[in-house]
Design a protein around this ligand. Structure first.
Ligand SMILES: [Zn+2]
Length: 391
């Protein structure tokens, strides 16, 4: 084992499964000498990432000192900002939600207004749960548009006037005194759902079917963002069913133009039903409106058409259908499954699971929390923090 692989960060990575371990167990797992394990543990105890745990009994019958990951060592701030609605949460270092809130906040109010509101809400949630900004190790923010993840700046977001190129971490970081990580809402939802499905699922495709359609790709347990962070934008793949229908992106025949919530609502209005958006479509489906049921099932098939190709290409272990329209339940999923199992290669679908979201509306904030936790607790980051503290 290399020195780096067996650093304090690597030791912490072992303990993050929640199981307490003695020095002897850690020596066995890492192959490190007793003195080295003790030294690493001291550093982790200093940083409060690890705490002594009770109850371990050594072979001699004496109580042995065991060590456990301290999930409450720091607090994570998480926000899932949608087009009109925001959900925010405080979590511990295992994504357990300590406090949360959701409220209507139009993203069109612009970055300084929305982020200013966010600082106030975070501060009040911290106070409510007996914490202060000093306990915070980072903030994860999801935005409803394309984001350059490395800089945390939105890139030409279509529904976010005033946000293009805005330095979200640069504005928010100094106000909360912690690092700020930003990504688009679909990616953080994918992270959240993958967290819930882990560790069994290494390759996951999360599909958000809301007003528009997008996806987040997890491969080898990691988010695949692509060269420009545009990976997963499947709403603008051409489908036969869309024919020459005009999409909001300016192209003809996009999946979103025929199967997105906005498209379905427009079709229902043309039939005389009252449907302003995807949520109204779901209401009509639940009320048993036959046209709405038929439309959502067909939307499932159209989405399945695109996903069948992606299954052959990417071979995911799980596909999760989320977003507002996922609340229409089995009708949407049935259409998706029908086409994927018919069209994809048998080897690729042999063990493929296609299911609805597990975390519901919380997927975004859980995923935003995961983004921060993986950043702060990565072995390299932990080793660096330990080295700085020891200097
Ligand atoms: Zn399009």
């Amino acid at each position: 084992m290399t020195t780096e692989a067996a650093g304090a960060g690597a030791l912490l990575a072992i303990l993050r499964d929640g199981q307490a371990r003695t020095r002897a167990e850690l020596m066995q797992l890492t192959g490190l000498a007793r003195s080295t394990v003790s030294q690493r543990l001291d550093a982790l105890l200093d940083q409060q990432w690890v705490v002594p745990a009770d109850g371990a009994i050594s072979s001699g019958g004496r109580p042995a000192v065991a060590f456990a990951f301290n999930a409450g060592a720091r607090i994570v701030l998480a926000a899932d900002l949608g087009a009109t609605h925001a959900r925010i949460a405080l979590t511990d270092m295992t994504t357990r939600v300590l406090a949360e809130r959701s409220q209507d906040v139009p993203i069109t109010d612009g970055p300084e207004h929305v982020l200013g509101w966010l600082v106030e809400e975070f501060t009040s949630l911290l106070a409510e749960s007996g914490h202060t900004l000093a306990d915070v190790c980072g903030a994860g923010i999801g935005l409803p548009g394309p984001v350059e993840h490395t800089t945390g700046r939105p890139v030409n977001p279509p529904i976010m006037p005033g946000w293009d190129g805005f330095d979200v971490p640069g504005w928010l970081g100094p106000r909360i005194g912690a690092p700020v990580l930003v990504d688009n809402d679909v990616n953080i939802m994918a992270l959240g759902e993958h967290w819930a499905a882990s560790p069994e699922v290494a390759h996951l495709l999360f599909v958000k079917v809301g007003t528009g359609i997008g996806s987040g790709i997890i491969t080898e347990h990691r988010l695949h963002r692509g060269a420009q962070g545009a990976a997963g934008d499947i709403g603008h793949i051409r489908v036969a069913a869309a024919a020459d229908r005009l999409c909001r992106c300016g192209n003809l025949g996009c999946l979103e133009a025929v199967a997105g919530g906005a498209a379905l609502a427009a079709r229902l209005r043309a039939e005389g039903a009252e449907a302003a958006d995807g949520r109204d479509v779901v209401k009509l489906v639940r009320a048993g409106n036959p046209t709405a049921v038929q439309l959502i099932r067909q939307a499932g098939r159209d989405i399945g058409d695109v996903l069948a190709a992606l299954v052959n290409f990417f071979n995911p272990g799980v596909i999760i259908i989320g977003g507002d329209l996922a609340d229409a339940g089995e009708h949407l999923l049935a259409g998706v499954r029908e086409v994927i199992y018919r069209r994809s290669l048998p080897l690729a679908t042999q063990h493929l699971a296609i299911r609805g979201r597990e975390l519901g509306d919380r997927a975004g904030v859980i995923g935003a929390s995961v983004m921060v936790i993986e950043h702060v607790l990565s072995p390299t980051a932990v080793d660096r923090a330990v080295a700085v503290a020891e200097r």
